[in-house]
Design a protein around this ligand. Sequence first.
Ligand code: ZN
Length: 233
Amino acid sequence: MGKGLRWDIGRKQAREFYKEQGILPPEVFDAVDWDGLELALKGKPQMYKLWYGKQCTGYCATNSKMVQWRMSDDSRCPDCNGLGEDAAHLMVCPNRQRRQLLEEQIRKLEDWMESHYTDPELGRMVGQYLRGRSRRKFASLSCNSRQLLILAKTQDMIGWRNFTEGKLTRYFRVVQKRYLSHAGASLTVDSWLKAFISKLMEMTHGMWIFRCISKHHRTKGSLVLASKAKLFK
Ligand SMILES: [Zn+2]
């Protein structure tokens, strides 16, 4: 069976799965640039792909999942203490350090966009959208072209969480292809998309690592406190 055909079957199943899980309705699924996402995932370590799959489907070991799996009775976020920490909370946690980390990552992404032939208008919109932390719509940002407006509207259909997990509207490809050729860049649109999507995934992965370190310290911290309390009994 040809590789292309196998991928088609995989994509069909994914489309069905995403619909069942309520992650993406089929018409929105088709608006996503899956080719770009596939390029970004290609060559990533297996463990990274495993984390990525768990994050996207919500089956990662967040504290609300740990409660659901009866492995814990504490569903609070290790950083902000909010109840019911789930996969969607990862990129919207209001904890100050988490917000600081996000800001640092956004700045790094902006530096990368600036040095890698990104349409300046698009780059500005991406920074503003990310800083909105899910509360700002792409289409609410000012833009100077019809294509960017279509990009913004279709990205809003795909949504914030999916964006932070590297699911872009196909219009990123359209806008960037045009800009790269206009700028006379030797960079191909596939290479740009691969790197840009990888950066978004790294941003989300970095947040997961930070959260896991917090959880570890917190667990360790409370264990230490418990043993200290025992000593004074
Ligand atoms: Zn939190």
